[in-house]
Structures are given as structure tokens and as C-alpha cells.
Design a protein around this ligand. Structure first.
Ligand code: FES
Length: 265
């Protein structure tokens, strides 16, 4: 009985593998990320450092005098024996100075300033997805691919952007304007599907904007508006609704909310 159950499982698995292989074979040149599937190589690329001519331990890096003043202010917030608490703020400063990414040499510099082993900085930089460890475009488009956004069409948006920009997930356009990435839930599922755009067009400042309630068409419109520097582009919902209120008429919360309930003691 056990062996027949096992053989049923094996046959189901081989059917799925065969189906997935055939789907890959018939894929276009753009990635066909299917529901919940991420290739091992994507995962490995996220965490491994590979030396390149502009990103290795010998690449010159130092903070600007202006940022050293900011570093002094940041370090003053922590006890001298807890300097490592400043790892994230210093990674942020390095990312601002480098126009959206943190080279290995900058992480080593931060380790030296905080008097910790470099691995302590690497492990923070690899944990937080807002730290980019390779150069990104002026606009880093991060498509949310968690379940609510996926159910509402994030895969279609991802593929439409790949096709529109002529790049694959994780790549940057030849003109250096856009990098296409993906992200897990960014907390506005009620406005799914959405894209967060990290805007590094005005260094050392940068901002994170959410574009929500997207369709493939409005996602491409957002991208083109960013390319043109269109000042009329509104962040937030792109379907006309206000924040996360229901579209059309209200369906609840018609009166003044009642105060908090309190047990009669
Ligand atoms: S699932 Fe996309 S914002 Fe939550």
C-alpha cells in the first residue's frame, strides 16, 4: 500500500516537472516566473558577492567630509561599546553617496569605523533588501510579488515591464535609468498590485514611492512618466480612488466611530 502511494506521488511529481520543463521550453526570451517559483540561481545571486573591476576590496572608497559630520552625529547616539548599532545608518549614508548602492569597499570601511569584523556588516547588508550591493538605475522598480499582489496580477505587471524595458528581472536598462526588481509584501495589499520605486535621481537624497492599484497599462504609464520626469505623476493609487478607501460609494463607517469599549468594573 505504501509503495503504491509512493509511486502515485512519484508519478505526480514527474508530471509536474515535465509540465514545468515544457512551459520553460516554450517561453519567450523574457522570464516566465510562474506562481511561487524562484530559481535557485536568483536566490544565490542575491547573497553572493562576486568581485568585479568596480566592486572589490581594493576599490577606493571613503565617505565625504560632509558625511563624516553626519557619521559623528550618528555615533554620538550610541554608547562607545555599542557602535555596531550604527551599521544600518552608515550603510544608508554609503548608499546615498554611491547613488543607490553599497560597494564591498564601503562595507569594509564601515566595519573599520565601527570596529567590527567585516562579516558583521556583510550580514546586515545581505539581510535588508533595501541595501543594494550592485549598481542600480536611477529608478529601482520593485514589483511586489507576495500573494495578494500576485492574485491581483503582479506576474503580468512584471512580464509587461520586462517586455517594455527590454530587460530581465534583476537587470538595468542600457541607459542606466531603470532597474527591475521584485519585493515581498510592502504593506499595502489593500491597494494590490503595487510597485515601490526607489528614486535615486537626486543624490545624496533618495525616496521611496508607492504606485498602487496598477494594471499592466498604468504600470507602463508610471514608468514612462518617471523617465520624462513628469511632475504631474501622482504617487499612490493609479485607478482614481483615494488612499485605500473603497472605490465608488462607502460601504461602512457611515457615522462617528464609537469610543473604545470599556468593561464596567
Ligand atoms: S502583497 Fe503586495 S503589498 Fe502586500
Amino acid at each position: 500500500m505504501l509503495s503504491s502511494a509512493l509511486s502515485r506521488v512519484r508519478s505526480t511529481v514527474s508530471r509536474s516537472v515535465a509540465a514545468s520543463a515544457s512551459a520553460s521550453a516554450s517561453a519567450s526570451c523574457f522570464s516566465t516566473r510562474s506562481v511561487g517559483v524562484r530559481s535557485y540561481s536568483d536566490h544565490a545571486v542575491s547573497f553572493m558577492h562576486v568581485d568585479t573591476p568596480d566592486n572589490n576590496a581594493n576599490t577606493p572608497f571613503d565617505f565625504s567630509p560632509e558625511l563624516y559630520k553626519r557619521i559623528d552625529q550618528i555615533l554620538a547616539k550610541y554608547p562607545p561599546n555599542r557602535k555596531r548599532s550604527a551599521t544600518l545608518p552608515l550603510l544608508d549614508l554609503a548608499q546615498r553617496q554611491c547613488g543607490g548602492w553599497v560597494p564591498l569597499a564601503a562595507m569594509n570601511k564601515i566595519a573599520q569605523l565601527l570596529e567590527v569584523a567585516p562579516i558583521r556588516v556583510y550580514e546586515v547588508a545581505t539581510f535588508y533588501s533595501m541595501v543594494n550591493r550592485k549598481p542600480v538605475g536611477k529608478y529601482h522598480l520593485q514589483v511586489c510579488v507576495t500573494s495578494p499582489c500576485m492574485v491581483k496580477g503582479s506576474d503580468e505587471i512584471l512580464h509587461a515591464l520586462e517586455k517594455h524595458l527590454g530587460i530581465h528581472l534583476g537587470e538595468t536598462t542600457a541607459d542606466g535609468v531603470f532597474t527591475l526588481g521584485e519585493m515581498e509584501c510592502m504593506g499595502c495589499c489593500v491597494n494590490a498590485p503595487m510597485i515601490a520605486v526607489a528614486d535615486y535621481s537626486n543624490p545624496p537624497e533618495w525616496r521611496y514611492d508607492y504606485y498602487e492599484d496598477l494594471t499592466t497599462e498604468t504600470a507602463i504609464k508610471v514608468v514612462e512618466a518617471l523617465r520624462k520626469g513628469d511632475k504631474t505623476l501622482k504617487i499612490g493609487p493609479q485607478n482614481g480612488r483615494k488612499n485605500c478607501e473603497p472605490q465608488g460609494k462607502k460601504t461602512s463607517l457611515f457615522g462617528e466611530p464609537r469610543g473604545p469599549y470599556c468593561r464596567d468594573l
